[in-house]
Design a binder for this molecule. Structure first.
Ligand SMILES: *Cc1c(COP(=O)(O)O)cnc(C)c1O
Ligand code: SF4
Length: 429
């Protein structure tokens, strides 16, 4: 695959100071809608920063960028309202000195992905799924990236030799039925390169579904061209997971990219990362999830930020995620609620967390609470064992949890929830 016509090598050619656009202020360049132009004109140097963000002192940015690579598409930079830490786009894309400050718990590879790689680039942590890294490059380098240790350090796409090794492994391991193309970003490959990978993976009879994990609909939506979509359709079933973190990333262009993919029949999911100072407010996640469903992108995971070197400043306490999940349930369509997961250190894999809805249990009754604080007793089925029977008729006037768990009462209502008030109005009492 390291063939002459890779987009990434085209990019290196463009570094010669030639094009007149180099001196133009950022804006809607004539080639704005070409993804190749966007890739070639990513912000990568102090000079680029000065041109796009004149108010910024590039020295600190470049010190951090020397440690972890920087690249920002002009499109994504254009979503920034004010270059500073109050801006979510700035936070996610512009290097900061905080990246050089670490806690004792972080490591380069907290998920221990390198220990789960039977062949280079193929990570197999689960029996039926494998994650296949086919690119080390992205359109934009997220400051919070879990694979920060290697993504963007060199920009290359999978070699023919590694592709063959991975395909041979997958043929010999028919348990793997779900292959996730990842990186870096698989969609920085040219259509031709990507088709080589897809046709090789699709030729393995045991592979049922192919997933593509890509942030390109968010950071460089013009990549979703009709030609790309037509090519991808030949390798269905393909599920596409993207990575929106904040409602400001939902723009006419990213909407159009998602619509093109959804219209072509690719189910779309979203994997967000909870980031301190970016999206760690319940209202922001609520708006994000609502708007994602409106563009036919199903919120799939909300990730706790990993214990990765260089991202400590983004980490939230686990309680923040739980608080957000508490807020979403009941307010939002179930379709819009992601699963909050911690990708456990030491390669423990994804562990879902949610607020506790079980209040108490006995062999006969489980006491649950809903999002309003109503406590309700769920009677277990009678499987022939001795069961407590509710003594006497009628409910206990002021039940506690004990009365619920022993079957003496069936619910405890919050005094004035809005739902109870709606019911009262309807019943005219
Ligand atoms: C996240 C992940 C998967 C996919 O997990 P799902 O829960 O099925 O989405 C597979 N392999 C690796 C290594 C992963 O990190
Ligand atoms: S797009 Fe994904 S792989 Fe690329 S830098 Fe962002 S988080 Fe990392």
């Amino acid at each position: 695959m390291v063939d002459e016509q890779t987009v990434l090598s085209v990019e290196q050619d463009s570094k010669e100071p030639s094009s007149a656009a180099e001196d133009e202020p950022p804006g809607q360049h004539a080639e704005w809608n070409s993804w190749i132009w966007q890739m070639q004109h990513r912000i990568r140097s102090a000079d680029d920063l000065r041109r796009y963000m004149p108010a910024l002192d590039p020295d600190d940015v470049m010190r951090a960028a020397e440690r972890f690579p920087m690249a920002i598409t002009p499109y994504y930079a254009g979503l920034m309202r004010s270059p500073g830490v109050s801006d979510p786009i700035y936070q996610m894309s512009v290097p900061q000195l905080f990246e050089l400050v670490n806690s004792p718990y972080v490591s380069d590879d907290p998920l221990e992905e390198h220990d789960d790689m039977p062949v280079p680039g193929l990570i197999r942590r689960y029996p039926d799924r494998a994650l296949f890294i086919i690119s080390s490059a992205c359109a934009m380098y997220c400051r919070h990236c879990t694979r920060k240790r290697e993504v963007g350090v060199v920009e290359e796409t999978i070699s023919q030799a590694h592709l063959e090794q991975a395909v041979a492994y997958l043929r010999e391991h028919p348990d793997v039925s779900d292959v996730i193309l990842s990186g870096g970003d698989p969609l920085v490959l040219s259509d031709h390169q990507l088709e080589c990978v897809l046709s090789a993976v699709r030729s393995i009879p045991s592979v049922q579904i192919i997933r593509i994990g890509t942030r390109v609909p968010v950071t460089m939506p013009m990549r979703i061209t009709p030609e790309l979509v037509a090519m991808l359709r030949r390798y269905q079933p393909i599920w596409i997971n993207t990575h929106f973190n904040h409602p400001v990333e939902i723009t006419p262009a990213s909407r159009a990219a998602c619509a093109a993919l959804a219209d072509a029949g690719f189910p779309l999911g979203n994997q967000s990362v909870l980031l301190r100072g970016v999206n760690d407010q319940p209202e922001i996640i609520e708006t994000l999830c609502r708007e994602l469903v409106a563009i036919r992108v199903r919120p799939y995971y909300l990730y706790q930020c990993d214990l990765v070197r260089g991202v400590e400043h983004f980490r939230t306490p686990l309680t923040r995620g739980l608080e957000i999940m508490e807020y979403l349930r009941g307010r939002l369509s179930g379709l819009a609620i992601p699963t909050f997961v911690v990708d456990a250190p030491h390669g423990g894999g994804k562990i879902p967390l949610m607020p506790n809805y079980i209040v108490s249990m006995s062999p006969t009754h489980t006491v649950l609470r809903n999002c309003e604080g109503m406590l309700v007793s769920y009677p277990e089925p009678d499987l022939g064992q001795a069961t407590h029977r509710r003594e006497g008729g009628g409910e206990v006037p002021q039940p506690g949890v004990w009365e619920l768990v022993s079957g003496k009462a069936s619910a405890i209502y919050p005094a004035d929830s809005s739902r109870i008030q709606r019911r009262k109005l309807r019943h005219g009492s």
